[in-house]
Design a protein around this ligand. Structure first.
Ligand code: APR
Length: 228
């Protein structure tokens, strides 16, 4: 089976109703990420940080995967599909994708602040001050904050280097090291980029740009790859 590596960003979840970060109505247009998504923010105002992620986690219970998420599942009938997502939502998993690597963490998980190996699933939306791990320390969102290391980047680079086809969906490609993953893919393999503003994505060999929203562009691309 040929291997397809799919790199997704906030744009694939936009049509599910989850805000992106840098579009005109994006999260970082409404909030200052330095006050919400960084170790400094957590040290200064943990309640505000908890509230920010509680709001986003609560929304997860109100949204569902869209046609783009489901189309990627269909690809699994003919290809070995590995998704590498920058997203912290669980829409890929809820659509049925089997191999999902979260580069920036997961909203539905929380972890100890004294032992990062202690990670817990949250089955409800609210994490509060005073919610502690088994070692008695405050639990924090299992999210990679600005300025923190990206533990999964080595595995992701390894996966990208073994791709026979790469599909990039709905990411502005401005946050490293995630944005650098495309550079690990072999230069001679076909690469596709699905994004309504894809014109800002250049300098990559064998690239086909699909300037459409994920909800229409991804199912069309999947049909083409399944028929090919
Ligand atoms: N379909 C496809 N792409 C879309 C859609 C859509 N319906 N709507 C918007 N987009 C595109 C935008 O054109 C943009 O290129 O999705 C991209 C969203 O870019 P960002 O908001 O920067 O999101 P992302 O690239 O995922 O951000 C990367 O930055 O803030 C950090 O950790 C956060 O994981 C995030 C990282």
């Amino acid at each position: 089976m040929k291997k397809i590596v799919v790199l997704t960003g906030a744009g694939i979840s936009a049509e599910s109703g989850i805000s992106t970060f840098r579009d005109s109505n994006g999260l970082w247009k409404k909030y200052r990420f330095e006050e919400l998504a960084s170790p400094g923010a957590w040290a200064r105002n943990p309640e505000l940080v908890l509230e920010f992620y509680n709001m986003r986690r609560k929304q997860l219970f109100e949204v569902k995967p869209n046609a783009a998420h489901y189309a990627l599942v269909e690809l699994e009938s003919k290809y070995d599909v590995q998704i590498i997502t920058q997203n912290v939502d669980d829409l890929h998993e809820r659509a049925g994708s089997k191999n999902v690597l979260h580069l920036h963490g997961e909203l539905k998980k929380v972890r100890s602040t004294v032992d990062s190996g202690l990670v817990y699933e949250l089955d409800h939306w609210e994490l509060k001050l005073g919610d502690k791990c088994e070692k008695g320390s405050q639990l924090r969102p299992h999210i990679v904050w600005f300025g923190e290391a990206v533990p999964m980047i080595g595995s992701a680079a390894e996966i990208a280097s073994t791709a026979d086809i790469v599909i990039v969906i709905g990411t502005s490609m401005v946050v490293y090291p995630a944005a650098g993953l495309i550079g690990y893919a072999k230069s001679d393999i076909p690469k596709y980029y699905v994004d309504p503003k894809a014109s800002h994505f250049g300098g990559v060999s064998n690239l086909t740009v699909i300037e459409k929203k994920a909800g229409s562009g991804v199912p069309e691309l999947v049909r083409q790859l399944l028929e090919g």
